[in-house]
Write a new protein. Structure first.
Length: 329
């Protein structure tokens, strides 16, 4: 058997990645039936892999009864090592694929919904002008997911507002964009050119859940609170790129004048019927960041150069490259 088929553990034999995946699934689910469903295996096959693992280790890693499954002491030790091993293997595979993609001129970008209407298209157009042979693959993604997608190598570049960057990921603050409010067309403030934040009291703020975009959520809600907004915060239930307009409750409350949402002037083209967008006073400035793994490949560097040039020509603020370590200092 070839050396790549498993990990040598001495005279007893070999442990393969499938054994570790099986063990981690059972250890996390504490159920053979749920773990088998998760791995798309029949339960007998899963049980056989666990027995093979224990035979190779010469230790019991799971204690099984007719009703329960629990980790043994050796099982807890193995779990602490198995998880990072599997994550490292997955990351290696994805980064290898990204490297191969870079050699063939393919660039993958994940981005958050509010960047789709203006910021991202301008950068993409610039990249196409500079590097017409580069093939782009763009995927809309929530901010909380996008950083991990870049960190683990699933995407070359990410774009989001206020991402929570991590070690090994560098980022560039590309622009600061003022946020405004979406109101029902019949609301009294809809006739005004500017909506004072103090005039929004008594309304609910409809916004996407903090769990999906914690940096953006905190910056926005804290700014409104600090400037006198005392209304309640209502998180969306339907989560699509159409944001408030795809959420039946939020749409009804805003149209009825009982709530408002937040959006950027560049976000809608046009604003959906029955609603208006208005700038607010004072206006919170929300940054847009581009982020990528350290030691970027040629395609990523070309995109970053294009992004900087677009930002400078457009008069966007920002353009300060940082790393996660620098951000903490």
């Amino acid at each position: 058997m070839g050396e790549e088929s498993g990990v040598s553990v001495g005279p007893r034999g070999r442990i393969e990645l499938r054994h570790l995946r099986a063990f981690v699934a059972v250890a996390e689910e504490l159920s053979f039936s749920r773990a088998a469903q998760r791995l798309h295996l029949v339960q007998q096959s899963l049980s056989a892999q666990i027995r093979q693992l224990e035979d190779e280790l010469g230790a019991q890693v799971l204690r099984r009864t007719t009703r329960t499954v629990e980790l043994t002491g050796p099982g807890e030790v193995l779990l602490a090592h198995a998880r990072p091993i599997l994550e490292s293997v997955g990351s290696a595979i994805e980064q290898t694929r990204l490297s191969a993609a870079a050699e063939t001129g393919r660039l993958t970008i994940c981005y958050t919904p509010t960047l789709a209407a203006e910021t991202l298209p301008r950068l993409v157009a610039e990249l196409h002008d500079r590097s017409p042979d580069t093939t782009l693959q763009l995927c809309e993604m929530w901010q909380a997911e996008s950083v991990d997608a870049v960190r683990t190598g699933r995407f070359h570049v990410g774009m989001a507002r206020c991402p929570d960057v991590v070690d090994g990921v560098e980022y560039l603050r590309l622009r600061d964009e003022p946020i405004g409010v979406v109101l029902g067309a019949e609301h009294a403030l809809a006739a005004a050119e500017l909506a004072p934040i103090s005039a929004l009291n008594g309304l609910a703020l409809a916004i996407w859940p903090r769990a999906l975009s914690p940096g953006f959520y905190d910056l926005t809600v804290d700014f409104f609170r600090e400037n006198g907004f005392t209304g309640r915060v209502q998180e969306f239930e339907y989560l699509t790129s159409a944001v408030f307009h795809s959420d039946p409750v939020a749409r009804t409350e805003i149209r009825g004048g009982r709530a408002f949402s937040v959006a950027f002037a560049t976000q809608f083209d046009p604003v959906p019927d029955g609603f208006v967008w208005r700038p607010v006073d004072p206006a919170p400035l929300i940054p847009v960041h581009v982020f990528w793994r350290a030691n970027a490949d040629a395609s990523t560097r070309t995109f970053l150069s294009a992004a900087r040039d677009v930002a400078e020509r457009s008069g966007w603020t920002g353009l300060t490259p940082r790393s996660a370590a620098a951000a903490r200092r």
